[in-house]
Design a protein around this ligand. Structure first.
Ligand SMILES: C[S@@+](CC[C@H](N)C(=O)[O-])C[C@H]1O[C@@H](n2cnc3c(N)ncnc32)[C@H](O)[C@@H]1O
Length: 316
């Protein structure tokens, strides 16, 4: 079977780790194309027309945008399978049997059984939050918006540890246009030793970004300060800084703990730290990191929210 995968981000990484080894993929597809991912070539969508493919697996979250683009190219919708179908406002998957031939049954059944999420009725065209990194996560973004409104009069900068492609940083930057926004990331994935036990797809997908790409999605890039490299070393020289809002999204235990230790004592009164993935069963190190921090420093005041990956909102 000639299989193509749209996307070279985390969705594609999960697919590789759970159901499809890269050697079974003819090529990955990304707007612009070029280069390679996990040893396979990356082609532009328009080049798909000349390829005789059996199935295009769409791993990214923007099913709507991809579907429109494929229709514009005149490609057969029956040969397309959307992994994040449950995030889209309409059900697009028509060919589960074909997908089951390409992937394993359990994996495909899980996608079929994924419930359409409750936030879908809240999703409106005016507030369209689809797009790279946002996960169509209405609750996460609306919570951020409400928090930013509460920050009036609270001094300090904004920061994110764990930026990846800037999917969330873009919203912080939009909602807090006057604040400096520190962006801490290696922009080439996790610390090798720390991610040693993680899947190849997960680690490789997170390498697939760069600071320029992040700056290009920010509405106010002039407010951003890129701190490239491994945290907490990249925070050196910023010890006197104070923060009103921090997004801590480092996925793994030691880096999350470093983030908690470094940022929490530097938060302004009235500030918020958003600990992403606290209730994400796929990333248990985040909760372990908070427990370790609380054992050292005492219990934090926090509200868990019901966004997709279970953010814990820590208040100061
Ligand atoms: C899940 S991604 C962040 C996603 C992003 N916040 C969003 O919502 O779109 C996690 C990121 O953390 C970064 N990271 C993890 N530990 C780090 C560390 N110690 N120093 C710098 N970056 C780190 C990785 O490089 C990766 O890009």
């Amino acid at each position: 079977m000639k299989l193509y995968v749209w996307g070279t981000g985390c969705g594609a990484g999960d697919l590789i780790d759970e159901a499809l080894p890269p050697e079974k993929i003819e090529a990955f597809v990304e707007r612009g194309g070029g280069g390679s991912f996990l040893g396979r070539p990356v082609i532009a969508p328009e080049n798909l027309k000349a390829r005789d493919f059996d199935l295009l697996i769409v791993a990214g979250r923007d099913a709507e945008g991809v579907a429109k683009e494929l229709a514009g190219l005149g490609l057969d919708a029956d040969k397309v399978f959307y992994l994040k179908n449950h995030l889209a406002p309409v059900d697009r998957n028509r060919n589960y049997e074909l997908a089951a031939k390409a992937l394993n049954d359990n994996y495909v059944n899980r996608i079929r059984a994924s419930e359409r999420l409750i936030r879908v009725p809240l999703w409106t065209e005016r507030e369209r939050i689809a797009g790279e990194g946002s996960d169509n996560d209405y609750v996460r973004l609306k919570t951020l918006e409400a928090i930013c409104l509460r920050l009036e009069g609270v001094p300090g900068a904004a920061a994110e540890l764990g930026v990846y492609r800037g999917g969330f940083a873009r919203w912080i930057n939009e909602l807090l246009p006057e604040r400096r926004l520190y962006l801490f990331d290696t922009f080439e994935g996790f610390d090798e030793a720390e991610s040693a036990g993680c899947g190849a797809g997960f680690t490789e997908a997170h390498r697939n970004t760069e600071a320029g790409r992040v700056l290009s999605v920010l509405p106010h890039p002039e407010r951003a300060v890129i701190r490239r490299g491994l945290f907490p070393q990249t925070a050196e020289g910023l010890e006197g800084e104070r923060f009103a809002l921090v997004s801590l999204d480092a996925d793994l235990e030691e880096s999350t703990l470093s983030g908690l230790r470094w940022f929490l004592p530097r938060m302004s009164a009235g500030g918020y730290l958003l600990l992403h993935d606290y209730n994400n069963p796929k990333l248990p190190g985040v909760k372990r990191a908070l427990r370790r921090y609380e054992a050292e420093a005492g219990r934090v005041r926090a509200v868990p929210i019901s966004d997709v990956n279970g953010t814990l909102v820590i208040t100061v």
